[in-house]
Design a protein around this ligand. Structure first.
Ligand code: TYM
Length: 326
């Protein structure tokens, strides 16, 4: 059975972009793969986090995994900080990573842009992400489009380690959704939808109530035309909303175009809101049950124990190959 690993940062409210780009594939892959799904709290602190918010958001992300349909009896669900091997292999891989490689990372460039000073962890973030993946010898890494560059670096680091110290790490493949690998902001289709955007109108949070979802979609920026047509170059806003529609319904992009031909954007947006709400409402109901049940921390503890077994063995092998006395 092939292995899958992925993670999401608990750095704010999860968005529909996280769901469509990543979580939905997690749920799908758990049936056919050995899966590890993490809450990457060590990555979240690469930008300042309020401790109380970090603790709450970490549990919220884990609960959303379960609410979205990840079954902890099928997949290991855990907090990255509860498996110490991540930080340890992360350090080892930092020493193999070149400054120039890290300087080229667009996530780093975006997050550091305009800041007077950024933490060194934001810069070395991709080496820790490589450790996350390589510790489990993951074959597939389901992510959205924005993580492709980090995956490429992970592949390079795995190859570099293997060449220098002897064969150990598997070279992982990226696994992208067919539609919705890059969901854009509702207020600006040149930016990806992001949980760290200070304008909540720019994203749909997975826990937004239905009336808020309707309002955000009705206010979403569009062009001044009236044709519902998938054309990302000249109609980026409508194309983005269509990707969300296709992802939240059974309809293809072509079927959506046909359905709204000659109708303008009003009916399209109204139905889109209904589709999104029909996907999110059951997740929200399960989320509330899971948070109320008090079982979450036990699930995470069990997940961390399972993950540690694999991760510790791989870390030990990596240390041995590098020349540490183990
Ligand atoms: P993060 O927390 O920014 O995002 C989590 C996942 O959601 C996807 N995503 C999107 N997909 C489509 N459209 C969007 N607008 C959108 N926004 C986010 C991301 O691509 C990602 O799959 N570095 C990672 C976390 C990480 C990780 C890992 C991932 C740490 N270690 C190991 C995989 C394997 C990140 O910042 O994701």
């Amino acid at each position: 059975m092939k292995t899958v690993l992925s993670g999401i940062q608990p750095s704010g409210q999860l968005t529909l972009g996280n769901y469509i780009g990543a979580i939905r594939n997690f749920v799908k892959l758990q049936h056919t793969h050995r899966c590890y799904f993490m809450v990457v709290d060590l990555h979240a602190i690469t930008v300042p986090q309020n401790p109380a918010d970090l603790r709450e958001n970490s549990q919220a992300v884990a609960a959303l995994y379960l609410a979205a349909g990840i079954d902890p009896n099928k997949a290991s669900v855990f907090l990255q900080s509860q498996v110490p091997a991540h930080a340890q292999l992360g350090w080892l891989l930092t020493t193999l990573t070149h400054m120039g490689e890290l300087e080229r990372m667009t996530q780093y460039k975006d997050k550091s842009a305009g800041k007077e000073s950024v933490g060194a962890g934001l810069f070395t973030y991709p080496s820790l992400m490589a450790a996350d993946i390589l510790l489990y010898n993951a074959d597939l890494v389901p992510v959205g489009d924005d993580q492709k560059q980090h995956l490429e670096l992970t592949r390079d680091l795995a190859g570099r380690f293997n060449n220098r110290f002897g064969e150990l790490f598997k070279i992982p493949e990226v696994y992208l959704p067919e539609v919705g690998a890059r969901i854009m902001s509702l207020d600006d289709a040149s930016k990806k939808m992001s949980k760290s955007n200070p304008n909540p109108g720019s994203y749909i949070a997975l826990l937004d109530p239905p009336d808020v979802i309707r309002k955000k979609i009705s206010r979403a920026v569009t062009d001044s035309g009236r044709e519902v047509k998938y054309d990302p170059a000249s109609k980026p806003e409508i194309s983005n909303l269509m990707s969300i529609y296709a992802s939240c319904s059974e309809l293809s992009l072509a079927e959506i175009e046909a359905k709204y031909e000659g109708q303008g954007y009003g009916p399209f947006k109204k139905d889109l809101a209904d589709c999104v709400i029909s996907v999110l409402e059951p997740i929200q109901a399960r989320y509330r049950e899971i948070r109320a049940s008090g079982e979450l921390l036990d699930v995470l503890k069990r997940g961390a124990e399972q993950a540690s077994e694999t991760a510790e063995a791989v870390l030990k092998a990596a240390k041995e190959k590098m020349g540490f006395v183990v």
